[in-house]
Every structure is written in structure tokens, then in C-alpha cells.
Write a new protein. Structure first.
Length: 59
């Protein structure tokens, strides 16, 4: 899979609030994306196929 580099403008106050720098924030965004996209795809496919999720919690 090919990748492309993009530029995202993050307000400095976000970096200060997260107590991180630009490079660490970029790595974290990349990691979150690599984890969440397969989950999103799975849920999208389940919804597309009308799969109903049921909880087993006692009422």
C-alpha cells in the first residue's frame, strides 16, 4: 500500500494541553488511525449487512 504525506494544522494550545510536541503527536495520530480504521471498516460492513448487535447484560 502506498502512503502519502499530508499536512495537518494543529493549534499550539492542543499540543500544550496534550503535553506533547509535533512529532510525538503525529506518531500518535498515525497509531490511532492504524488501529481505528480496521475497526471502523468492520462495523461499517456489519451495518451494511444488517447485522444486529445484542448485549448480554442482565436487565
Amino acid at each position: 500500500m502506498t502512503t502519502r504525506q499530508i499536512v495537518i494544522n494543529i493549534p499550539e494550545k492542543v499540543l500544550i494541553a496534550e503535553k506533547t510536541d509535533e512529532d510525538s503527536f503525529a506518531r500518535e495520530i498515525s497509531l490511532i488511525n492504524s488501529i481505528s480504521m480496521p475497526i471502523y471498516h468492520f462495523l461499517f460492513e456489519m451495518r451494511k449487512n444488517n447485522v444486529v448487535f445484542r448485549t448480554t447484560a442482565a436487565l
